[in-house]
Design a binder for this molecule. Structure first.
Ligand code: NAP
Length: 242
């Protein structure tokens, strides 16, 4: 059996990614923080489509929870290797910098950037030894362009992009690839309070994207077909370039 870990797999983009990665033949390990019902729903959808998976509840912003969960899994599966990692879990807490609370800066950095470090560091050792791995990080247009009201989120996503480019060069010889996808506006809980009718005027394709449209690109980068792509950032934004 081949194993893939998807963080933030209970809802939105992560839910779609779980389904697409399961279609590639992976047993999907579905991480989430709190929404048990939605996580169960993802797992049921994976199984109904003929795939297999399991839930792994932990807070990606908490290094101890990450370590404990991944160590427990490894104890139960000593001979198995998680060869695909999708760092997707993310939050935003927007405010102009003068109004930003220190805890909102820290929460967003911990959840979007530090999680990349702790989870990737934990899993990459096996990938290097096995001489195969795929790491895909879900970043954002904000991390490329910077968006007002999102200094915390832009810093976190921009940090993941730079770290991915560095890591891609560290592990390229070991057949481990590290890439990012940068969505624009995608219809999920994260964007439900935004006015699509107003914002779509900014988008050449005149609409928000769907989670599946992101997941298809992630699945390609996570597949063996993307064998010569590394250190890249692919925008998925309907033409909304910087
Ligand atoms: P979403 O609908 O709000 O879903 C967020 C997912 O992340 C949920 O599964 C949630 O779990 C999980 N999560 C959040 N904090 C977590 C934590 N501390 N530990 C573990 N899991 C956590 O978000 P989305 O729109 O699908 O976003 C997915 C990724 O795409 C994020 O990295 C986001 O920054 C990025 N992105 C989204 C858009 C967009 O327009 N939607 C655009 C650019 C980039 P629970 O269900 O348990 O809360």
């Amino acid at each position: 059996m081949k194993f893939a870990l998807i963080t933030g797999g209970s809802r939105g983009i992560g839910k779609s990614i779980c389904l697409k990665i399961a279609e590639l033949g992976y047993h999907v390990i579905i991480n989430y923080r709190s929404n048990d019902n939605e996580a169960e729903d993802t797992l049921n959808q994976v199984k109904n489509a003929g795939g297999s998976g399991e839930l792994m509840k932990f807070d990606v912003s908490n290094p101890d929870e990450i370590r404990n969960s991944l160590n427990n899994w490894k104890e139960k599966n000593p001979d198995s290797i998680i060869e695909v990692l999708i760092n997707n879990a993310g939050i935003r807490k927007d405010a102009l910098i003068v109004w930003m609370k220190d805890e909102d800066w820290k929460d967003v950095l911990n959840t979007n950037l530090d999680s990349f470090y702790y989870i990737t560091k934990h899993l990459i050792q096996d990938m290097i030894v096995n001489k195969y791995g795929r790491i895909v990080n879900v970043v954002s247009l904000s991390g490329i362009k910077g968006l007002p009201g999102q200094t915390n989120y832009s810093a976190a996503k921009g940090g993941v992009i730079a770290a991915s480019k560095a890591l891609a060069q560290e592990v390229a010889k070991k057949n481990v690839t590290v890439n990012c996808v940068a969505p624009g506006f995608i219809k999920t809980d994260m964007t439900k309070e935004l006015e699509e009718n107003e914002l779509k005027r900014l988008i050449p394709m005149s609409r928000f994207g769907n989670a599946e449209e992101v997941a298809d690109v992630v699945a390609f980068l996570a597949s063996s077909k993307a064998s010569y792509v590394t250190g890249e950032v692919i925008s998925i934004n309907g033409g909304l370039y910087t």
